[in-house]
Design a protein around this ligand. Structure first.
Ligand code: AMP
Length: 397
């Protein structure tokens, strides 16, 4: 079955066409600057050259039309006609408490997603725009929504409640939801398969370290805790997001700097994290690494604070599960930054980790990066959210 996977943001849209029978990506790319001057589509067919076409895309509907045109193009397309697309899988960021698993897209499902939009005002409306545009252009193709929050719906109450008046949970559903669920689910499953173990018997900590970053505790294949909360701002120090802070900082800094709540939120989402800690040097770990190698204190402190927060969360989740069998690193930093993995694991010897620095010099493929007799296995598992969305979609249609 050929499945189109769509990940729609407010001004961008990532896509992949996957042949689910052989789990092969036939083509992929992204549309950028939708609704803004200078929009363009990037299209890469499997085994072919990357093409960039600059073209106005005032709305997401035009962007998706351009994707469909590229896929069916006479010369560089990978399908003859749209009739070959048998299903569409959409990433949806927030499913609230409504969705504990992926769901077929129906009018009722869309209404339920709209209800959750209050909890993800930047993301859910964009996801819905993508869903509606696809429905208009491919009215008879079955579609599925795959939620970032769904995998974490198994968290117990003690993990998802904040120490706030309970009425806020009752009235507004203020609680921890967690995100990157598709990745945590995929990577925890692959970790068990890769180690040749039954996930039902395992306690796994997944470190999804990218520009957005989160850790999860997965026990018997179910998420029992994760570092992101009501929104993706909680938890680890990220590229530009602060992660955990004392909430009183909001009032303190806003008074000192004369900032509104919106401006403060912008500081926490866009100007903090390793970017903020490095004094605005960069949110990209490659730049921070270069800076640290030149003894630049900005790069050194940003990396050290990032790593330290991950180390603390791993300790917390080993405690939450009363043990850990495997730790998995994934996403942009987790997959590519050997030094981050090594520095983090250097503080985990108390768990009985015997790290393998040679094996750690790896990129791009699933690898055991601890020694064979390490008490806790450490693995690098490349995440593949699109393939996970494709699998969910096939299962439901
Ligand atoms: P993601 O959000 O998962 O796409 O991760 C993106 C981030 O991964 C970038 O902002 C970089 O910080 C990091 N990254 C990507 N490639 C490398 C690399 N070769 N070395 C270190 N960090 C990298």
């Amino acid at each position: 079955m050929k499945v189109l996977v769509i990940n729609c943001g407010s001004s961008s849209l990532k896509y992949q066409l996957i042949d689910s029978d052989v789990e092969k990506v036939l083509a992929k790319g992204l549309c950028e600057r939708i609704g803004i001057e200078g929009s363009q589509i990037v299209y890469t067919p499997a085994g072919g050259e990357k093409e960039i076409t600059v073209s106005p895309m005032p709305t997401h509907k035009q962007a998706i039309q351009m994707v469909l045109d590229a896929l069916t193009n006479d010369k560089t397309g990978v399908i003859k006609s749209l009739a070959e697309v048998e299903a569409v899988g959409h990433r949806v960021v927030h499913g609230g408490e409504e969705f504990a698993s992926s769901a077929k897209i129906t009018d009722e499902m869309i209404a339920a997603v709209e209800k959750c939009s209050d909890l993800a005002p930047l993301h859910n409306p964009a996801n819905l725009i993508g869903i509606r545009a696809c429905q208009e252009l491919m009215p008879n193709v079955p579609m599925v929504g795959v939620f970032d929050t769904a995998f974490h719906q198994t968290m117990p109450e003690k993990a998802y409640l904040y120490g706030l008046p309970y009425k806020y949970y009752e009235k507004y559903k203020v609680r921890r939801y967690g995100f990157h669920g598709t990745s945590h689910s995929y990577v925890s499953k692959r970790t068990a398969e890769f180690l040749g173990k039954n996930i039902e018997d395992m306690k796994i900590i997944v470190c999804h370290l990218g520009n957005g970053a989160s850790v999860s505790a997965v026990m018997g294949g179910k998420s029992v805790d994760t570092s992101m909360g009501l929104t993706p701002l909680e938890g680890l120090i990220m590229g530009t997001r602060s992660g955990d802070i004392d909430p009183a900082i909001m009032e303190f800094v806003s008074k000192k700097e004369n900032l509104t709540m919106d401006q403060m939120m912008n500081v926490l989402n866009k100007e903090s994290g390793v970017y903020g800690l490095s004094g605005g040097l960069s949110s990209d770990f490659r730049d921070l690494e270069d800076a640290a190698a030149k003894n630049d204190p900005a790069g050194i402190r940003a990396r050290a604070a990032f790593n330290y927060r991950v180390i603390k969360y791993i300790g917390a989740y080993a405690a939450a599960m009363n043990g850990v069998d495997a730790i998995a690193f994934t996403a942009g930093v987790g997959e590519n930054d050997a030094l981050v993995r090594e520095d983090i694991c250097a503080s985990l010897t108390y768990l009985g980790i015997d790290f393998d620095s040679e094996a750690n010099k790896v990129r791009g493929k699933e690898t055991l990066i601890s020694k064979a007799d390490s008490k806790v296995a450490v693995v690098m598992i490349p995440t593949d959210e699109e393939m996970a969305i494709c699998r969910e979609t096939v299962a439901l249609v």
